[in-house]
Write a protein that binds this ligand. Structure first.
Ligand code: XMP
Length: 331
């Protein structure tokens, strides 16, 4: 990987030269791109970098703490890390809102507002850093994960209210696999470097209809069980098959909370609880997708664990829909 070695080292030198003794601000989402950008900038300029991580309370289970454990005070990087725990603010804004695009808009706007507040506290910076990668730059319209995600992206784009002089985008020339390689080299943990795509509005669009704290917790718990079992089964399969991935290994998989409640029995009790939908897709470009053929035994294990371990769910569905006509997310 001489090319990547030289990318990381060369880019660190370039950042040092460009930034000098200036200050840099980065919105860190915990996704691959912004994390690798943070890692590079940290190695180059240390505490001249401030990362603002907005935890909107719509992340996957424990994800906020994982991001903090990597980039926070006791993490692997030298930088200023600001975590904003904004769950209550988001839940208040989302109260009573059912329409998917309206939820996206609220979540996006709240992010901008919070980022703006934090930026004001920090004061003028010299550079605003972004984790833009090559597919974002070309915006070919041919798809590609980043282009797709970008086209979905929340309102606004660049926060033009932040007081900065210049943009710095250290990953502009890289494809996703190169970003991942750079991330590993920088010492970013593998589970973060290889994490599956996660939408900006997070669980906000994986809870069909109104979002609230209780629903968030239910879907987080169900989703954590689902991912754990799928990962475990894929790993076991791999170990038995010359380290090859099973054909059913999904490119994106998650649990979503349907807004439907139905009747069940638990012991002698009648229940009237939520139904969770399990989604798993095989896709190359996220423009089209097919349901992954997760082995039935794996799905059964997931079902029984979710029913037994997650209070508030009494029914589990598997989503077989292709894209098109379905979308990958349910909202
Ligand atoms: P759909 O549901 O449109 O998803 O088939 C295609 C890919 O885009 C992601 N996605 C989003 N990403 N903000 C994002 O950052 C969004 O609002 C959004 N909606 C969908 C989705 O997770 C999938 O990878």
């Amino acid at each position: 990987t001489w090319k990547m070695d030289s990318f990381v080292e060369r880019t660190i030198e370039e950042i040092k030269e460009k930034v000098g003794d200036g200050k840099v601000l980065l919105a860190l989402s915990g996704g691959v791109d912004s994390s690798v950008a943070a890692g590079l900038l940290s190695r180059a300029i240390g505490k001249q970098l401030t990362c603002v991580f907005v935890d909107h309370g719509l992340l996957r289970k424990d994800e906020g703490n994982q991001v903090e454990s990597v980039f926070g005070e006791n993490g692997n990087f030298d930088l200023n890390f600001i975590r904003v725990n904004a769950a209550d603010r988001y839940y208040a804004k989302l109260k009573g809102v059912e329409e998917p695009e309206k939820k996206r808009k609220i979540i996006g706007e709240e992010f901008i507002r919070i980022f703006e507040e934090e930026a004001k506290k920090i004061g003028a910076v010299d550079f605003l850093a972004q984790g833009t990668i090559y597919p974002d730059v070309v915006e070919s319209g041919l798809g590609g994960e980043s282009a797709v995600i970008k086209s979905h992206h929340n309102v606004g784009g660049l926060p033009d209210f932040v007081d900065f002089k210049e943009i710095i985008e250290p990953l502009r020339d890289l494809f996703k696999d190169e970003v991942r390689k750079a991330g590993l080299e920088l010492g970013i943990p593998e589970d973060l470097v290889y994490r599956q795509p996660f939408p900006g509005p997070g669980l906000g669009i994986r809870i069909i209809g109104e979002v609230n704290a209780k629903k968030v917790q239910i879907v987080q718990d169900a989703d954590a069980i689902y991912r754990e079992e799928v990962d475990k089964a894929a790993k076991e399969w791999k170990a038995q098959h010359n380290n090859e991935n099973p054909s059913w290994k999904p490119d994106q998989y998650f649990a979503a909370l349907t807004n439907m409640r139905s009747v069940g029995v638990m012991g002698d009790e009648r229940t009237y609880d939520y139904a969770v939908a399990l989604r798993a897709v095989k896709t190359i470009d996220f423009m089209t997708a097919e349901a992954a053929e997760i082995p039935f035994e794996v799905l059964q294990t997931v079902m029984s664990r979710i029913i037994n371990e997650v209070k508030g769910i009494n029914r589990v569905f598997y989503d077989l829909t292709s894209k098109p006509p379905g979308t990958i997310e349910m909202e």
